[in-house]
Design a protein around this ligand. Structure first.
Ligand code: S3P
Length: 167
């Protein structure tokens, strides 16, 4: 099977769902942010602070291409869809699954989070602005899952059913 790329806004549950889905399907899971952090031996925040977002986006593009494109669950950073090149790559090499979560819920979940440099400052406003800019790009996915008011088990089950309709 082609790899599954889970996309979605920061805090939409990609990492949690990705781990559970991988376990259920007995597949390995790779997180692009974790991959970048391990390769560069720096946290995402450190990369943003010392090298800037532009450089981070270059790393993201580079390391995305090194992720296995078969039999792997790939959880991605929320901004991976910004580059047309990344969207095209993921769609060509695998299946893109967008986990949709409403901004109000994201705001609740990330209230105390300090790990996302893009949300520094007026977090609520930043979430709403970035979310609306990105929504059309997330919507280019092969599959869209509405995660609102569902627990991780239900979301994983839904993905499992939907991926049967692919290929
Ligand atoms: C980003 C999302 C983060 C991380 C970086 C930028 C974004 O990943 O890649 O802080 O642009 O949405 P998560 O979606 O895992 O929080």
């Amino acid at each position: 099977m082609k790899s599954l790329f889970l996309t979605g806004f920061m805090g939409s549950g990609k990492t949690t769902i990705g781990k559970q889905l991988a376990e259920k399907l007995s597949l390995p899971v790779i997180d692009t942010d974790e991959f970048i952090e391990n390769q560069l031996n720096k946290t995402i925040r450190e990369i943003f602070e010392t090298e800037g977002e532009k450089k981070f986006r270059e790393y993201e593009k580079h390391f995305l291409k090194l992720v296995p494109t078969e039999n792997t669950i790939v959880t991605t950073g929320g901004g991976i869809i910004l580059a047309e090149e990344n969207r095209a790559w993921m769609r060509e090499k695998g299946y893109v699954i967008y986990l949709h979560c409403e901004p109000d819920e994201i705001i609740r979940r990330l209230k105390d989070d300090q790990t996302r440099p893009l949300l520094d400052g007026d977090k609520e406003n930043n979430i709403r602005t970035i979310f609306s800019q990105r929504l059309p790009l997330y919507n280019e996915a092969d599959l869209k899952i509405d995660t609102m008011n569902k627990n991780p088990d239900e979301i994983v089950e839904e993905i499992e059913q939907l991926i049967k309709t692919l290929e």
